[in-house]
Design a protein around this ligand. Sequence first.
Ligand code: SF4
Ligand code: SF4
Length: 86
Amino acid sequence: MPACANHREGHVSPMETRPLPVFDRKACMACKMCVDVCPVSCIGVEEAGGTGDPHGYPFLASPDACTRCGWCAEDCPVAAVSLAAA
Ligand code: SF4
Ligand code: SF4
């Protein structure tokens, strides 16, 4: 029986094929719940006012550290986080 394709040398692991979170600034209310729930602290917050907006919005600061657990999307109260295909 052939080995699973994901375990062949040179192929990415199943974890790496899972989607990364994407933040929808228009829907986001800058509550920072996603920042607090992230188990590896890879979500950063833009400096408030830095982009001409009074809110500090979250962004994926360390994609390499993200475990793609989806907790940020699950906890967002306004569905402003989605996990898009990488
Ligand atoms: S998917 Fe998980 S690890 Fe990645 S940013 Fe969201 S909460 Fe953090
Ligand atoms: S939990 Fe949702 S609304 Fe709150 S800061 Fe994160 S993306 Fe924005």
